[in-house]
Design a binder for this molecule. Structure first.
Ligand code: ADP
Length: 293
């Protein structure tokens, strides 16, 4: 797993990451969200030792990245602006990485095939399209069969096939019990890939919760409730902390409580319901609402 504790990074007067603590757990995809400049890349760079924290720690499987003897076999990372020998072929690039870590050459061919680059393996990586470079970056991240995978905006530049490939791969990696942290600004993509969310804004952690809990917790998610005892039900729900609006006689709009909670509260007070319809917000709506607050 990845454990971040009190992590802070300042660049001169800019505090890029401000006292952030969280744990990224194995067996699920954790989405890392936040506006441009929120500090996502800097946090990821500190996880793999590319930036040194001003204070705090980022541990991968209990140690700082640099203290692992063969880091590629522990953490696979795709970060923006990665270094590539542009004149080398894709295969030679991966072979170079493999050699420094005692990884057998056949693994290079495996990850090239997994990344859909089998046919392009001999071509100069410098001539690759953005999408192919992303595929090569992912192949490099997976080379050491790492238990932890960190990908910064992996779907950037990918065509629909590539987006689907990343989506399936992330889910497969998590299902294999790996720890998967992925940043993206594409909410629709995160909504179908991520199980857990970390949201950063101005260097601070705003949200550390499941995607489901995040979406149900915002006001944009609401339930329509029809009851012949609407006035009494309204009192019960308001007392329970819900925000309730009467839309018409017998019809309530409820925010802040989900359908099971409303149904349970109604049953506890022996109130009859004629309709209970959840209207779930999209991840994008929930995110926009959080950012506007
Ligand atoms: P994100 O990945 O969420 O878009 P970044 O981590 O790239 O955010 O940036 C966070 C903040 O830190 C921004 O204000 C950015 O300008 C600043 N920053 C990042 N790297 C550097 C650097 N090497 N030197 C100075 N400022 C930086």
């Amino acid at each position: 797993m990845i454990e971040v504790d009190g992590l802070t990074k300042r660049f001169g007067d800019t505090t890029a990451v401000d006292d952030v603590s969280f744990t990224v757990r194995p067996g699920q995809v954790t989405g890392f969200l936040g506006p441009n400049g929120a500090g996502k890349s800097t946090t990821m760079r500190m996880m793999i030792g590319l930036d040194r924290p001003t204070s705090g720690t980022a541990l991968v499987n209990g140690r700082p990245y640099r203290r692992h003897p063969a880091p590629l076999c522990v953490v696979g990372a795709l970060l923006e602006g990665r270094a590539l020998h542009r004149g080398r072929s894709a295969r030679a690039h991966l072979l170079g990485l493999a050699r420094t870590h005692g990884i057998p050459a056949r693994r290079v061919d495996e990850v090239l095939a997994e990344a859909g680059l089998g046919a392009a393996a001999g071509r100069r990586a410098g001539d690759f399209s953005l999408g192919m470079s992303q595929r090569l970056g992912v192949a490099a991240a997976l080379l050491g069969d790492p238990a932890v995978v960190i990908l910064d905006e992996p779907v950037n530049g990918l065509d629909p096939d590539g987006v689907l490939w990343i989506r399936t791969m992330l889910k497969d990696l998590a299902a294999q019990g790996r720890t998967v942290l992925v940043s993206s600004h594409l909410m629709s993509e995160m909504a179908v890939t991520a199980d857990h969310l970390l949201i950063l804004s101005s260097g601070r952690l705003l949200t550390d919760t499941t995607v489901d809990a995040f979406i149900s917790g915002v006001g944009a998610s609401r339930c329509l409730v029809r009851s012949p005892e609407a006035a009494r039900l309204r009192e019960v729900l308001v007392a329970d902390g819900a925000v309730v609006t009467s839309l018409e006689p017998g019809l309530l709009e409820v925010r802040g409580r989900d359908a099971p909670e409303i149904g349970t509260a109604a049953a506890a007070h022996r109130l009859v319901l004629h309709e209970l319809t959840p209207h779930r917000a999209s991840l994008e709506q929930a995110y926009m609402e959080l950012m506007a607050s």
